[in-house]
Design a protein around this ligand. Sequence first.
Ligand code: F6P
Length: 340
Amino acid sequence: MRIGVLTGGGDCPGLNAVIRAIVRKAVGTYGAEVIGFRDGWQGVMEGEVEELTVATVHGILHRGGTILGSSGANPYHEGGIDRVRQTYRDLAIDGLIAIGGEGTLGAAAHMAAEGLAVIGVPKTIDNDIPGTDRCVGFHTAVQVATDAIDRLHSTAESHNRLMLVEVMGRSSGWIALHAGLAGGADMILVPERPFDLEQVCRHVRSRQLRGHRFSIVVVAEGATPVPGSFEVPSYGVDERGFPRYGGIAHALAPEIAARTGFETRVTVLGHVQRGGTPTAEDRVLATRFGVAAVDLAARDRWGRMVAIRGGEITGAALGDALAGAASIPDDLYEVAEVFF
Ligand code: F6P
């Protein structure tokens, strides 16, 4: 067996742990060869490869980022699907394991539907890929955000301030909800539940009246206001024409300060959430996913995505990744609301 591996889309902690697990399982159990493609689908289109051996993946388990590099390249946006097919033939690979989020796995799903052998491993700190309870990188991002909220608590209290903490999450509020719960946020704003700014301000004022010297509001970058209650500025588009996020907290802060009289400060965590060493939980998940992906390949079960549901490693159809962003569960948001 000869398999290719790529990491596509935004990076996250735990990617190297997946790569290491794939190589160790493929070589150790199946005597397979593993080829790494550089910079996601870009490397597959260009045939840019490096051999992955037990030696080359030594010492990477705990390292953030990805030794293969990553990019948002998508063969379907760049007329590159024939080049992908050519690479399969040139390198005589039996199939590919694509470690990625919505975009990377979406491309993989289309390829699988066209008969190319590909298996997906879900990763994104946003944790919003349908078909799996968890994605690689999420746990670490939640820990980073929780640590930040803990630190903001003490300075907020010293200064009698309102702290707005903006976390990532374009289409779903997984990080905001989990970090907000873990960090004891006084309010959590997520894309799934449009917020009314006046209600947010009322809540902050009522805390003041009850003698609380500070408030912490966690806001997902993609949080949406109730139509007409607040205008979120547009942050333009990125290099590939996709909407940019990051900054809603800066837009909200002056408005909340004016309406509540609270001194307000903003922390946008940004890419700090995506960098650095993965938590133990992410390393374990990444390792289980990598091993499971190789087992699927060895059983010729292409067109699948590894997943975890109810703590068990399982599989899902790659096409599930096309089903839109997975939303936060209502019951968990209701738990958070107990503390608002
Ligand atoms: O998809 C993960 C994510 O972290 C989003 O939450 C965020 O909006 C986006 O990536 C930013 O990606 P980049 O700045 O790397 O394009």
